[in-house]
Design a protein around this ligand. Sequence first.
Ligand SMILES: [Zn+2]
Ligand SMILES: [Zn+2]
Length: 309
Amino acid sequence: MTVPGEEKASDDGESTDGSDSNRSDDQRSAPSDAFAALSDPLRIDILRALSAHHRTTDEADIGFADLRRRVGVRDSGRFRYHLNELRGQFVEKTDDGYRLTHAGIQVVAAIIAGTYTESISMGPNELDSQCPFCEQAAIATYEDGICFVTCDDNHALFQWSVPPNASADTTLPEVVDLAQMLAFQAIDQTLLGVCPQCYDTIETTVMADEGSRPVFRAVCDTCGAQVVGPVAFCLLVDPDVAAFCRKHGLTVRDDHIWEFPFVADDAGFTIIDEDPVRIECTVSLDNETLTVTVDGRGHVDRIHPPDKK
Ligand SMILES: [Zn+2]
Ligand SMILES: [Zn+2]
């Protein structure tokens, strides 16, 4: 993810294939075996048929013959072979037939989301918004599952991934809004210590060096997902800061991330301690100021009530 004035940073859209680094060979074998089981298009058809059966009949289980008919395969032996290849990881056999496992349900959802397949592009188009640095129009582009916003002077304003399925039949401004909502959710979840991609535990840190902008950073050891950006991220998802912003007419639902003055402005952040890190952040809107302290994990831990200037 990229936000105003920040160098490139990203959430790792590639990591959902589970094959990222930072894991031992033992751990690595499980996901690669799982994806080998999905190598034949017929197996994907079987998963989709099981999902469709569940959706349309409200019953999870379906008998062998009915399932084979749904998928449309005449050769019973060939069908049985591929169905068996899915058993264990994605499909389980029950007394009443076959059903998707939890992993099977997730794979079907991921296929429908288009994470692994489709490619849709939109833009570049101007948004009804200005770059806070040069006051030119903000320009959005959606490409290869990534929504990014910049300007003619190449100020990087925002970047986040949006699954292709979510961007079908929508406009580019709607994709930008969705990308922001997904980004806020991911930041919130990351601050709770849960990886937004694989749901394993993730550690968050704030890196602060005198003379440079404090940076919030989380990298998942399990899947490689990254959330990196200015400490202002941590403020955006804090309920008290959000309430203060709302009072001054700014909400994360209706306004763009780069339109929050404290996101674009470095001046409001002061390092008050380096070990452990503590940062004092000043959020000023319409002559009212909120002072917030953020700790070394990016948690907002003290808020001074707004002072009238
Ligand atoms: Zn600009
Ligand atoms: Zn992860």
